[in-house]
Design a protein. Structure first.
Length: 266
């Protein structure tokens, strides 16, 4: 019998692109909060979500330097389970609940890609970099202090999609305030069979469930963000009208479950 949580399934299950949950994540975040065109953000929303009348157009772009493990010390295999990520979150409403919606996300690791599709993150492959901080003092150490500066970038297919700069000003007492809204996603898997290509096998509006969420060393400051127009992408349509802040923090959480809000394939 073939085994494996994801494809490829194999005799021992070791060839699967990612191990089964629980999944545990630790990472450093650099991000920018901004306001985009409310009409542009509204057009990205799937069925089941609506614009938030109180904050329509509010968005954040987040870059993360991740380390991952499941239940077998996968973090000791960094070539497979370290990765970098960049994504956008937009304010929205699910019925009466304020949420954030993820229309675009990029990673540089195939295991992260598979986990994301399983959850509903619309992950694509990209090249993501961000300034790292180190405890040993040096001009290159990027200390987390007032005036500390961090940069981040996203490229795909040889084209630069996003550039961010953050200058830290002050620590934030409640780091979880950066993650006050649950993330809503779309699990969508189409059919190739003729006559069914407009009837996806899976079309589920989902809500991400995170356990043991921890945020430390949270700082806020000034931000800059550039989302240039790129052929074959639509991220630039969310270009900032106003940049409100930049931020940096470290976080960790675990994933063992997923909430299905609506099943649109039935």
């Amino acid at each position: 019998m073939l085994k494996g949580f994801t494809l490829p399934r194999s005799p021992f299950g070791q060839a699967a692109i990612t191990p089964p949950p629980p999944w545990h994540y630790s990472g450093d975040v650099v991000g920018v909060e901004f306001r985009a065109d409310p009409d542009a953000t509204a057009t990205t929303l799937p069925r089941g979500l609506s614009p938030d009348p109180k904050s329509n157009g509010r968005a954040v772009v987040i870059f993360v330097d991740w380390q991952f493990t499941a239940q077998n010390d996968e973090y000791l295999d960094p070539a497979r389970y370290q990765y970098r990520e960049a994504f956008v979150l937009l304010d929205a409403m699910y019925r009466d609940t304020p949420v954030t919606w993820c229309p675009y996300v990029f990673v540089d690791n195939d295991a992260a890609l598979a986990r994301g599709w399983t959850q509903g993150f619309p992950k694509k492959m990209g090249s993501i970099f961000q300034t790292r901080s180190y405890p040993a003092e040096s001009p290159a150490a990027a200390p987390v202090v007032p005036g500390g500066r961090f940069g981040a970038s996203l490229s795909a297919h040889g084209q630069r999609l996003a550039e961010a700069r953050v200058t830290l000003r002050r620590p934030v007492e409640d780091g979880l305030s950066f993650l006050r809204r649950p993330v809503v996603l779309l699990r969508y898997f189409p059919r190739l069979t003729t006559g069914y290509q407009d009837a996806p096998a899976v079309n589920e509006l989902t809500m991400s469930i995170t356990e043991n969420l921890t945020v430390t060393e949270a700082w806020i400051g000034d931000g800059q963000l550039n989302l240039p127009e790129v052929h074959g992408e639509e991220l630039h349509l969310l270009a900032p009208i106003i940049v409100e802040s930049g931020f940096r923090y470290s976080l960790s959480y675990s994933v063992t479950d997923l909430k299905i809000l609506e099943d649109h394939a039935t």
